[in-house]
Design a binder for this molecule. Structure first.
Ligand SMILES: [Zn+2]
Length: 282
């Protein structure tokens, strides 16, 4: 079974919810119920963060950074199955896989992760740039330095299919399997094209398509967040309206491919599924 991990729009939505709930709050204590995540939760994390105030919460690639006023920052990553629960009340019975609990003056933040590929760690705020997690990160999709010329330089020697290269976090960070398919559909570019074959104009179209696709998903996430949030306060995954992703054999929104050639195709590239319209995407 292929798991859809949280992608940039979901992380962005969860980050916004955290901002609204606990930015400015004071950390009362941190409870580590199980430190065994992708990396061990540092044993001194509770000590380094208790009584600190939460200054700023932002997204860096698919990480959520929580800056404290004592020179430290939490680093969270949802991995494959991480969920964040935000609860106002202190009286709560914990669930299986609730690994880290942040008690704040504005309520609880619970990090839950069944498969434990996620992260909840801490580093000095002024050391984040040098943290090994962020060393090889490419540009954020919304970074203005992400231009057709930037991609041209990175794609020059690449014989690899564009779909696979879009997942390379050292070029553009934050595009996962879902939005790689969706952005290529929006750009009308075949996922099978060699990266080096894309023209300057193709790349401009692709960058716009990536931003449009992600923006749409972030908006959808933001607007559904209220309904999406379950009584237990959990937010993890919301189902976006995708054009091609997971729609093998169906008709894509913009043509009648199902009548022409069997509809949206599913292929495997680099061990992951790719969905595309063979008729519109060239
Ligand atoms: Zn189609």
């Amino acid at each position: 079974v292929e798991l859809d991990m949280p992608e940039l729009p979901e992380v962005e939505t969860i980050k916004e919810a955290l901002k609204r709930s606990v930015e400015g709050a004071k950390v009362l204590s941190v409870e580590v119920r199980s430190p065994h995540l992708r990396e061990q939760v540092p044993t001194n994390l509770p000590q380094l963060s208790s009584s600190a105030q939460i200054l700023r919460i932002y997204r860096l690639a698919k990480y959520i950074i929580i800056d404290l006023n004592n020179g430290y920052s939490f680093i969270l990553h949802l991995g494959m199955s991480g969920r964040i629960k935000i609860l106002e009340s202190e009286s709560v019975s914990y669930e299986k896989h609730d690994h880290v609990i942040l008690h704040t003056t504005k309520g609880l933040v619970i990090y839950n992760d069944a498969r434990r590929f996620g992260l909840f760690t801490i580093d000095k705020t002024d050391h984040l740039q040098k943290n090994h997690l962020f060393e090889h990160l490419g540009l954020d999709p919304f970074d203005e330095q992400l231009t057709a010329t930037y991609l041209e330089n990175h794609f020059k020697q690449k014989q690899t299919a564009i779909k696979i290269v879009l997942l390379d976090q050292s070029i553009i960070n934050g595009i996962g399997n879902i939005y790689a398919s969706e952005a290529l559909y929006e750009a009308r570019i075949s996922p099978l094209r060699k990266s080096s074959s894309l023209t300057h104009t193709d790349l401009e179209v692709l960058i716009n398509a990536i931003r449009k696709t992600l923006t749409k998903a972030i908006k959808a996430g933001g607007s559904t967040l209220k309904d999406y949030r379950k009584p237990d306060g959990s937010m993890g995954y919301f189902q976006n309206q995708h054009c091609v992703y997971n729609k093998e054999g169906q008709r894509c929104p913009d043509c009648t491919c199902s009548e022409i050639d069997g509809g949206i195709k599913r292929i495997t590239q680099g061990g992951r599924s790719t969905f595309y319209c063979g008729y519109l995407q060239k």
